[in-house]
Every structure is written in structure tokens, then in C-alpha cells.
Design a protein around this ligand. Structure first.
Ligand code: PLP
Length: 423
């Protein structure tokens, strides 16, 4: 991958026709080190948030060597880019073939389940292996998530004790519990509350667990969604853990996806047409902007204009815009609002930030689009939970009135500031 100091350098040199994804491995490294410093347990990266090889390699370099995987292709990806890494197959519903391949070919020993049927499947597909680590996924009722993940998976708490007991009896290895409070969890106390529910199930079952896995859900920062400080989340987990009836050696695990990678990617798109407050871009909901379309999340944006050495970043006065993607599907619409200079025009470039999680990973080739190149940049992300972004963004008055919470948003300082970002 080519490397640029900052996105503007690429605009100046290339005036790209197609979307370009920016990779910030340093941002992954900072988040990874933060979790390892502050989280008193093992950090598994949930690969589905962003399976890019550069992400996996940056994590390994910063000491995260455990991965939450959900399919054999994900396992193969980790085996390729992080040889020797520890993997946990955390999808509660797997094919027998996938279980056997994970165990026999890749040496995966940790499997999640949420039914008696899946437990049997795992035992049979591994030939009655006795060295398995089995994790029972619980359905917890957690408030504060922007994206619920409990509807599809997890054993209901009243059915959990029987499954916990059966699982305990089925393995001579370790067993544990896991849950997911939901993605982009805005309430730190959701973790402590979920752990209290998990604890009741354990106590009722009368089993000792060796692992408590609090899953993902750790948030990132988006316009209008500025979560509390990340330390409040890990504090909530640590309090919840201290209150659980577990033995002294019980391990604490987490599986952050979004929080480790959200800041680390943005995408450069080109304005093909302006029609009133609608901007037609060359990337959209079938590319990197799935959440902007389907969950209507606004993302932070920057505008670049001009070619060659004259290209520059354009700032205020700002106005709210919505985006259309390049495909012919009318669902390819991102309502925003995206605040951009009011004189934005065809040929301008819009950089859309905070797309490292469930953004660049969602790219499809629908309608012949989606073929984005990835380059490495060294500037700071547009916003940061880990102190990477600098001064506060200057917002137009209307936006401040409309979305007060967004004022915690910040923009990188002029230059890349390498030393500032090493912490
Ligand atoms: C998606 C997922 C995660 C990561 O969730 P984030 O909200 O991105 O942190 C973790 N664990 C499991 C089992 C998941 O399915």
C-alpha cells in the first residue's frame, strides 16, 4: 500500500477518479495499547468489524494476539496474517464442517454456543475432544446500545442454568459465559448490569466458570453520539467482575470490534453532482456507507477542492447536505445531515471519517462500483476516544443548536504530529 502524509497530499498528487480508503494503522495501535493497558483481562479483536490485513497486522504489532472469529474464512485470514494467534470461534451457530476444520486444521479450541444442539454439534464435530474451551452465550437485556445484538443469539436467562450445567459436564477443559450488550453501547453501566444477570445464571446453575467474556459494544465517537469516557466502560466491567461469584483464577475477556478500528479508516469520495441539498458521490451504501444509509448515522466530513498543488481543504460556512451513492438503487441514500461548505460543487472531494468499523469492511461490487484503493495515511482521525484528535471542531451555530452533543468532536491539528500520537 502506498503511504501519504495526509489525505490532502493524495488529492494533490492523484485527483483520484475512484474512492480511496485511508488506512491509519497508528490509530489501531493506540486503541490496542489503550485496551491492553486499561482492561484487566484478555483482549480479543472481533474480526468482523474490519478484516483488513493491515488491521490484523497492526494489532499483532501492538500486542493484541487474540481474535474473535465467526467463520472459516475469518480463521484463515487470521492464520495468514497473525500466525500463531489465539482464536475463539464465537459464532453461536456453526456448520459441523466449519467446527471440524477450525479444530483439526487451525487448532481452534474455543467455541461459543447458545443451545444444547450446538453443544452436541461441537462435541461430535471435534470427535469428542476433551481439550475444548466452551463459552455459553447468554441473552442479556442491556440498555443503551445503538445496535442491539441480543435478538438473534444468546440463551434466555431462565434456560441458561441447564445449558451451563450440560456444558460444564461436557468439557474437561475450561468453560465460560459471554454476552454482547449491543454495539455502540452508550451506557457504561450496561456491562455491570449484564454481568449481574450472568452471575445469577451461574449461581442458579451451581457451576464455576473459568472465563467471563463481556463481548464487544465499546463505542466510538460519531456526530451526535459522543459516549462517556472509555475508562468508564472498563471500570464498569471491573466492578461487575468483582461482584461475580467466580473463582480466583477466572479469566476476564473482552471482544471489542468497533472501538479498536472505528477511528482508523476514512474514505475519500468525489462529488459527481449537486442537486439542491443532495450530493451524488462515487461511494455509498453498497460501498463504505452502510451504516450511514441503513442506520442513518451521520459521519464527520471534510472537503477538499482543486487539483495539483492548488488543492486545499475548504472550511466554513457550513450547511447540511445528504448524500446519494453511485448505484441505481434508491436505497443508496445517506440522509446525514453532513455539514459541508455551502458552495460545494461537482469535482470536490469529500472525506468521510470514522469508517474503520463496519464501514470499509462492508464494501460490495454492486452495480460495478465499490472498487476502492487503500492507502496508508499518517494524520489523526477526525475524532478519537483515545485522545488522538486535537482541537475542537468549529461548528456552525445551527448545528450547535441542533446537536449539542457533537461539540466534543475534534479535528486533527495541521500536521501529522507523529510524536503527539505516540503515547
Ligand atoms: C460483532 C461482535 C463483537 C464486536 O462488537 P463491537 O460492537 O464492534 O465491539 C464482539 N463479539 C461478538 C460475538 C460479535 O458478534
Amino acid at each position: 500500500m502506498r503511504t501519504y502524509h495526509k489525505p490532502l497530499d493524495l488529492v494533490r498528487e492523484r485527483s483520484p477518479e475512484r474512492p480511496v480508503a485511508f488506512a491509519r494503522p497508528d490509530a489501531v495501535a493506540v486503541a490496542a495499547r489503550w485496551f491492553q493497558d486499561k482492561f484487566e483481562g484478555d483482549v480479543f479483536y472481533a474480526v468482523k468489524a474490519n478484516p483488513s490485513p493491515w488491521v490484523i497486522e497492526a494489532l499483532v504489532k501492538s500486542g493484541v494476539n487474540s481474535f474473535d472469529v465467526a467463520s472459516v474464512p475469518e480463521i484463515d485470514l487470521v492464520a495468514t496474517h497473525a500466525p500463531g494467534a489465539r482464536m475463539a470461534f464465537m459464532h453461536p451457530v456453526k456448520s459441523r464442517k466449519a467446527i471440524a476444520e477450525a479444530y483439526n486444521r487451525y487448532g481452534v479450541k474455543t467455541f461459543a454456543l447458545d443451545t444444547h444442539e450446538e453443544l452436541q454439534k461441537i462435541l461430535e464435530a471435534t470427535g469428542g475432544a476433551t481439550d475444548l474451551t466452551l463459552i455459553v452465550r447468554l441473552a442479556v437485556s442491556a440498555e443503551g446500545a445503538s445496535y442491539s445484538l441480543s435478538g438473534k443469539f444468546g440463551v434466555e436467562l431462565h434456560e441458561a442454568p441447564a445449558l451451563l450445567l450440560a456444558t460444564r459436564r461436557a468439557t474437561q477443559g475450561k468453560m465460560g459465559v459471554s454476552f454482547h450488550v449491543g454495539s455502540q453501547c452508550m451506557r457504561p453501566t450496561a456491562y455491570q448490569a449484564a454481568m449481574a444477570q450472568a452471575n445469577r445464571a451461574i449461581v442458579r446453575a451451581g457451576v464455576m466458570v473459568d472465563i467471563v467474556d463481556v463481548g464487544g459494544g465499546f463505542p466510538s465517537i460519531y456526530p451526535g453520539m459522543a459516549p462517556p469516557d472509555m475508562t468508564e466502560y472498563v471500570d464498569s466491567v471491573h466492578r461487575g467482575f468483582a461482584e461475580m461469584s467466580v473463582h480466583e483464577d477466572t479469566e476476564l475477556w473482552c471482544e471489542p470490534g468497533r472501538a479498536l478500528v472505528a477511528e482508523a479508516s476514512s474514505i475519500l469520495t468525489k462529488v459527481e453532482l449537486k442537486k439542491g441539498d443532495a450530493l451524488y458521490l462515487n461511494d455509498g451504501s453498497y460501498g463504505s456507507l452502510f451504516d450511514a444509509a441503513h442506520v442513518k448515522w451521520p459521519f464527520p466530513v471534510k472537503l477538499y477542492r482543486g487539483e495539483g498543488d492548488t488543492a486545499h481543504e475548504v472550511e466554513a460556512p457550513l450547511k447540511p447536505f445528504r448524500f446519494y451513492g453511485p448505484t441505481c438503487d434508491s436505497l443508496d441514500h445517506m440522509p446525514g445531515p453532513f455539514w459541508l461548505p455551502e458552495d460545494i460543487r461537482e469535482g470536490d472531494y469529500v472525506e468521510i471519517g470514522m469508517l474503520g468499523a463496519y464501514g470499509v469492511a462492508m464494501n460490495t461490487r454492486f452495480n460495478g462500483f465499490g472498487d476502492a484503493e487503500t492507502v496508508v495515511v499518517g494524520d489523526a482521525p477526525m475524532a478519537s476516544m483515545f485522545g488522538l484528535a486535537g482541537r475542537s471542531i468549529r461548528l456552525p451555530r445551527e448545528q450547535q443548536d441542533e446537536e449539542r452533543k457533537v461539540v466534543r468532536f475534534s479535528r486533527p491539528k495541521g500536521r501529522a504530529g507523529k510524536s503527539r500520537r505516540k503515547r
